[in-house]
Write a protein that binds this ligand. Sequence first.
Ligand SMILES: Nc1ncnc2c1ncn2[C@@H]1O[C@H](COP(=O)(O)OP(=O)(O)OP(=O)(O)O)[C@@H](O)[C@H]1O
Ligand SMILES: [Mg+2]
Length: 457
Amino acid sequence: MDDQFRVLVIDDDDPGREVMELLLRKAGFHAQSVDNGADGVAVVRSGTVDLVLVDLFLPDKSGIEILKEIRQVAPEIEVIVITGHASAQTAVTAMKEGAFDYITKPVNFDELKIVIAKVREQQRLRSENVYLKKQLLERFQFSNIIGSSAIMQRLFERMQRILKTDSTVLIFGESGTGKELVARALHHNSRRKSHAFVAVNCGAIPETLLESELFGHVRGAFTGAVRDKLGKFEAADHGTIFLDEICTMPMHLQSKLLRVLQEQEVERIGSTKSVKLDVRVISATNVDLEAQVRQGTFREDLFYRLNVIPLHLPPLRDRREDILPLVNHFLDKFRHLMGRPSLSLDKHALDALERYHWPGNVRELENMVERMVALTEGDAITLDDLPAEIVDQGRGTGGLCLDLSPQGMDMPAVIADLERKLIARALELASGVKTKAAALLGLKRTTLVEKMRRLGM
Ligand SMILES: Nc1ncnc2c1ncn2[C@@H]1O[C@H](COP(=O)(O)OP(=O)(O)OP(=O)(O)O)[C@@H](O)[C@H]1O
Ligand SMILES: [Mg+2]
């Protein structure tokens, strides 16, 4: 709260009002006053006061009316009612209408100061509370989704903006990029969070079963339908349905799905009764759905229905800044789960992880860290503990950049230079351990030593 607490006095009694204003100033407050209700409410609207002292009897409006108006336009501003006609009834009415307190004329200024101190304390607590709540929300909203790269930060902003909507979301992303994680986060931070999140992997359910899985059926609808079955759409009523791998949905179901989305109602197979639904639809695809639309294997109208808000989850190799935080996140998780709190990750191993292209994205990285924590014997995970494909790739790129340009340079010299640089880099990656450097280069240790001697290293 700012230093100068701002008090507005509304009173038609000129001398009383002026004295009050003066005393308030002397007590260190910022005071202003008006002699009628309309002006008083106007000052409140302008947002320049923290507290209002209002006389109950004014020429234009009663203090109670003013109190009600203030509570409406600025509920955070407290009102203290002052009355010259000490009437228990008006005091009670004032308190019921939300006055902070009431005092009687002639005003005992010390008493007033105590009440003002209480108002200030309450406002301070309230603003602290609002702040803390806001912080909690911000911190926990997507706290389980790691991503410090600019591209992920933009995604979070976008997610933040759609939390309040019911719009249909289509999530694009390669396998393992976190599509389901994002879908769940959208649900758990929305007003639907106390209702169900129902995930259906359209690609994993046989075509013949998918329809009744999604929409349900009634008993006797087809052979084998021995009892009524609730579909996933109905199960997700008031909540969210997540249609994963939507790209695999067969054409005839696409039309049915489109109808369900348009009508917001579903008919169980074999029934003529439709059920009204309130379901938010989030779908995901790991293939290029627009290409499928062009090829005619995915309905264009359904595509547009689903793709009201597109969210693109970038592959991990396009946001390498996220690798380190993700590695740390999963290291923490598995160290804890497997009871190995002191296990660390060697810098060279980390370098290799940061350079690897992660075709399986975050899922691959998570599995990889889990394996390393489970299998590493020493106190630190080193290059030796990583699978060959990661180490190999790390060696392939990662700064082994050579300038081979100088025209007219004789080839043996160029090659010798190249070899020196490769060996130096390999030694650096292997922290000077020749056996490791040799392994990185695909050489025997003795060959490496011999080469280094020949190259004068
Ligand atoms: N940004 C992230 N932060 C933390 N964990 C993540 C992140 N992205 C993905 N994961 C984790 O990686 C794993 C794979 O994520 P998820 O299942 O959401 O991916 P997906 O895109 O749905 O994959 P698929 O297409 O294979 O179904 C999960 O264990 C998930 O918790
Ligand atoms: Mg998935």
